[in-house]
Design a protein around this ligand. Sequence first.
Ligand code: DIG
Ligand code: MN
Ligand code: MN
Length: 388
Amino acid sequence: MAAYEPQKSDKFTFGLWTLGNPGRDPFGDVVRTGFTPVEMAQELGKLGVYGLNFHDNDLLPFGASVGEHDRIMAEFKKALDDNGLRVPMATTNLFFHPVFKDGAFTSNDPQVRAFAYQKVMYSMDRGAELGAEIYVFWGGREGAEVDASKDAVTAVKRMRDAINFFCEYSREQGYNYKLALEAKPNEPRGDIYLPTTGAMLGFIATLDHPEMVGVNPEYAHETISGLNFYHAVAQAVDAGKLFHIDLNGQKVGRFDQDLRFGQEDYKTNFFLVRLLENSGFQGMKHFDAHPLRTSDRDDALAFARGCMRSYLILREKAQRFDADPEVREILAQIHAGDAELEEHLSGYSQNKAQALKGRRFDPDALASKPLPYERLDQRLFDILMGVA
Ligand code: DIG
Ligand code: MN
Ligand code: MN
């Protein structure tokens, strides 16, 4: 097996909108013919990809008849079967059609909110037909440019009503969905409600069925906020809420670039991959990204190969780092524990409180303990750059 060749066991997945992207941007027209769902199944099936994901309208054209949708579903199912691919995740496009210009679940118009509910239920039905087990909600239009137009507390309540409704719908239909909420701070709206993964974790606690709902953090979205994506994912892992993840690349302070995974910031991606691997994450390694506008169809396939290759290289670097003698020596030094004292720091008791209150510390001696973080970080750099 050649090095860095994706395997089904790696569970790499792509959204239909990734290679389907024709390269249009707010300042320029399409530059290439996007891959159709069947072409994606054929091309990505050859690359060891595990599955394809979709928004309803990536596959089923908005406004087409149910009969036409049935025909397309049958064709797509055959392509999936012929190429050994699954559909682990589905989601709804609640952001492209003008009807959602002021939100879907948070729209001021109850008819728009009701239409969004209808669209989600139909899309959940179709996703279940394809075997999807994760249902993602990204509220791209759930936001505001004019806060006078909408009470922000009412907006959160409407989001909660919607997610509670779809939890009940999934249970009543007997679907095996786990719902994954995806945060983004802005774009396309001036400000989007529930803007970070942390905000989503707080929101989930207010739901009727919090056990059914987790998060789908996206690298670009936390990075747009200037946050450390590795830290955001770590909190989701700790909470048992990392149900799905959107992997891509992003520069800080830019619009949502959805770049190839690993294209920017190798170090954060290193710690992210190390966390996913060492925490035993069993979910999909999903790429929510698209080829550069400068890419033709051949280079678009290089984008897909690159997303997976970058992950596999970083996985090997993480193993190399964890096994490195100098790294292990430094971590042993800085992680030197004190089992007896640490016993007092987790799980309250009156005895522990009294013991800590009465304990004598030498702050100056503690402050003088060496922390060779420069040496440690340089060692990581050497490993990432392939000179160690
Ligand atoms: C944007 O990053 C969102 C949409 O692409 C989709 O709703 C979700 C799926 O991963 N990510
Ligand atoms: Mn994005
Ligand atoms: Mn995403």
